[in-house]
Design a protein around this ligand. Structure first.
Ligand SMILES: NC(=O)c1ccc[n+]([C@@H]2O[C@H](COP(=O)([O-])OP(=O)(O)OC[C@H]3O[C@@H](n4cnc5c(N)ncnc54)[C@H](OP(=O)(O)O)[C@@H]3O)[C@@H](O)[C@H]2O)c1
Length: 212
């Protein structure tokens, strides 16, 4: 697939690199320096390029939205018309100092995003894990027991695309249902972040659901 990365920081930089190494065509966009985007593309060692958000969006089968909540409007404006596109978002609706969700309970960041771009198909995915674990999960993708990754969305085709990317990254995709389930997924991420960053053991944390 051709994947446009909107926001090439901790999440977008790593996921874009993994997608390229998994064989996808990747365009890294939206960082404060073009040099950084070029370096990411070079280091990905796959079929990856640096571009503008508009170039990342053009012909993309999917776009990964990975910016701080405060940058969502700006990057979408730079991306241009995203009607008909699959938008996989890991962006959480956090306040400026990343301590609290600014949307919760009665809506979610993912639903708010979907309202901003009604012609696009939004899936919430990857936001429930810290960036620090991504390369380790990819490296362990052939292990029998994969960590879970919950995702949600309303459009079946978009969810299929997201599940493929989740699987290519080394996770077991867990379909959590419609996009409104982001009301539960986003607060769950606060728990994961607390465990990752504020308890012993380090931030390379993933989770696995098991049925008995
Ligand atoms: N980090 C995590 O572990 C994690 C986990 C789950 C969910 N999330 C969510 O994922 C989203 C992305 O998080 P992140 O940690 O990847 O953020 P990040 O490292 O700060 O990356 C954001 C990207 O946006 C770019 N950017 C910011 N302001 C810009 C501007 N004015 N013009 C152009 N580019 C600009 C940054 O540029 P530079 O590269 O130049 O800084 C960076 O490439 C957030 O919504 C966060 O809540 C993060």
């Amino acid at each position: 697939m051709r994947i446009g990365i909107l926001g090439s920081g901790l999440m977008g930089g790593k996921l874009g690199t993994i997608f390229a190494r998994a064989g996808h065509d990747v365009v890294f966009s939206y960082a404060r320096s073009e040099q950084k985007l070029k370096k990411l593309a070079k280091d990905a060692k796959g079929n990856a390029h640096a571009g503008t958000p508009a170039e990342a969006a053009r012909d993309a089968d999917a776009l990964l939205l990975a910016v701080h909540w405060s940058r969502v409007d700006d990057v979408l404006q730079q991306a241009g018309d995203v009607s008909g596109k699959v938008i996989v978002t890991c962006s959480l609706p956090m306040n400026a100092d990343d301590t609290e969700l600014v949307i919760a309970h009665t809506s979610s960041g993912a639903e708010t995003l979907a309202q901003k771009i009604p012609g696009a198909q939004v899936v919430s995915a990857f936001g429930t894990v810290p960036s620090e674990v991504l390369f380790d999960v990819f490296a362990g993708r052939r292990k029998a027991k994969r960590p879970s990754l919950a995702y949600c969305g309303d459009d079946p085709r978009a969810k299929k695309v997201a599940a493929r990317l989740i699987s290519d990254t080394g996770f077991d995709p867990v379909d959590a249902g419609p996009l409104r389930m982001a009301r539960s997924l986003e607060p769950f991420t606060i728990l994961i972040a607390r465990l990752a960053y504020e308890t012993k053991g380090g931030p390379a944390l993933a989770y696995r659901f098991e049925r008995y």
